[in-house]
Design a binder for this molecule. Structure first.
Ligand SMILES: [Cu+2]
Length: 476
């Protein structure tokens, strides 16, 4: 008996050693890949592409009707080297869908691909059946037409596929787009809002390219590695011409798995004015902006006093967008932005508490020890009841750090604390995705105001489709 126990111990120790060795070896490869960032350069000679604002097909001002076609296409990222891609109503990414608070919206989605897809409205507060999660599959050649009333304040949201097993690949090849929710608040009206003039979307994605110009994506463990370059609105090394005025950028990290830290090359500060779910109570002066996959932020940059002719937007030390400034300083300072009137989520005396434990290994993972099962409801929640959730990250093994962007469908929540302390200022607005680093504990208050089945998951798309997702049923 005694020596069997001993043998078991030895085997356990050897297994741990072997796993750590593999981990070490993989992290070496990982670093080799990271070093290769922006090996492909167009020298900032291409103008930044701007997604089309999709035309509302309904003349009634209280109704918006849109059509999206998920399709295959060809996109030239590098000169004379076309790549096979996917897009909505185009070859890569999709148009911007504008909708107003209180407006009735219907969107017809045509699946022109030869595989299943869905379209999820990330950040939109809609009933489960309109949400576009894995239950609302659109078969090849078929359509899906969700309709809903916009029940939330102004925000920059986005849409992307969410079908089982095809999400990560379809997003990587280009299926994603922005949603601008507008409202009549004073904040909305006093901000720069001329699209393509002083109000710009920046959809940022790392991508891995082959030397023939095609996109390289692997669904095995290597798929989670950072790409060898970064695209902004589907443009490689773009420039953008702007005037010396206050400019608004709506930034989305639409990467599958990579966290981004943005800053400006002249070291200047900017003001963050919105988080995932809308305007912040007060603008936050900052020199860096950190976004994990799925997260958005809106920032204002005051270029009026900048005398340089170009300022680069940097990721770490790598320029990803060249801003070319022209003209004399113009426009208002916009130093006083009215505070939004969005109320905090109300909370009762004894809120129900839930715990979510995130754990991953390579591209697979679990939440509360469970791998996703579409036929299992993991949590049942009462409509309009505020709860407190605690999200832990136990970390990850192999290929990645163990931090997870935790996303919940169909609602906007508020962060109460991070590691027992008050959350940083940039997390004090409404959120639908929050990054929980290895060993961290984030507490949120959350309430569902729409019924149905909703997903909660890690927004590293490889994790999402390899187990790290669960289902909530909101019961009226
Ligand atoms: Cu994850």
């Amino acid at each position: 008996m005694e020596h069997i126990k001993k043998n078991k111990t030895i085997i356990a120790i050897l297994t741990v050693l072997l796993i750590s060795l593999i981990g070490l070896w993989l992290s070496v490869i990982f670093n080799m890949f990271s070093e290769k960032r922006i090996v492909l350069s167009n020298g900032f000679t291409t103008a930044l592409k701007l997604p089309l604002l999709l035309e509302d097909e309904d003349p009634d001002p209280s109704v918006a009707r849109y059509t999206l076609n998920a399709q295959y296409g060809e996109t030239v990222f590098m000169k004379n080297l076309p790549a096979s891609t996917m897009g909505y109503n185009g070859s890569y990414l999709g148009p911007i869908l504008k909708m107003k608070q209180g407006e009735k919206v219907s969107i017809r989605v045509n699946n022109e691909l030869d595989e299943e897809t869905t379209v999820h409205w990330h950040g939109l507060v809609v009933p489960g059946e309109q949400d576009g999660g894995p239950h609302q599959v659109i078969e090849p050649g078929e359509s899906w037409t969700p309709s809903f009333t916009v029940a939330q304040p102004a925000a920059t949201l986005w849409y992307h596929p969410h079908a089982l097993r095809t999400t990560a690949t379809q997003v990587y090849f280009g299926l994603a787009g922005l949603i601008y929710v507008e409202d009549e608040s004073q904040t909305s009206r006093s901000l720069p809002d001329e699209y393509g003039v002083n109000d710009f979307p920046l959809i940022v994605q790392d991508r891995n390219f082959n030397s023939d110009g095609s996109i390289s994506y692997r669904t095995d463990m290597m798929g989670i590695l950072p790409g060898n370059t970064v695209l902004v609105n589907g443009t490689l090394n773009p420039y953008l011409d702007i005037r010396r005025e206050v400019v608004r950028f709506r930034v989305l990290n639409a990467s599958n798995s990579e966290n981004f830290v943005f800053r400006l090359s002249d070291g200047s500060s900017f003001r963050q004015i919105a988080t995932d779910g809308g305007f912040m109570r007060e603008p936050l002066l900052s020199k860096t902006l950190t976004l994990s996959p799925g997260e958005r932020a809106e920032v204002l940059v005051d270029f009026r006093e900048v005398s340089a002719e170009t300022v680069n937007l940097l990721l770490g030390n790598t320029p990803i967008l060249k801003l070319r400034l022209s003209g004399n300083p113009t426009g208002e300072a916009r130093e006083t932005i009215p505070q939004p009137d969005a109320a905090d989520i109300p909370i009762g005396a004894n809120p129900r508490e839930r715990v979510f434990i995130l754990e991953s290994m390579g591209i697979t993972g679990t939440i509360n020890g469970k791998s996703f099962n579409q036929h299992r409801i993991d949590e049942e929640i009462a409509l309009n009841e505020t709860e407190i959730w605690t999200i832990y990250s136990r970390g990850g093994m192999m290929m990645q750090s163990g931090g997870h962007p935790f996303h919940v469908h169909g609602t906007q929540f508020q962060v109460i604390s991070r590691n027992g302390k008050e959350p940083p200022k940039e997390e004090q607005g409404f959120k639908d995705t929050v990054f929980v680093d290895e060993g961290e504990e984030v507490r949120i208050k959350i309430r569902f105001t729409q019924p149905g089945v909703f997903m909660y998951h890690c927004h590293i798309l490889e994790h999402e489709e390899n187990g790290m997702m669960g289902q909530i049923k909101v019961i009226p």
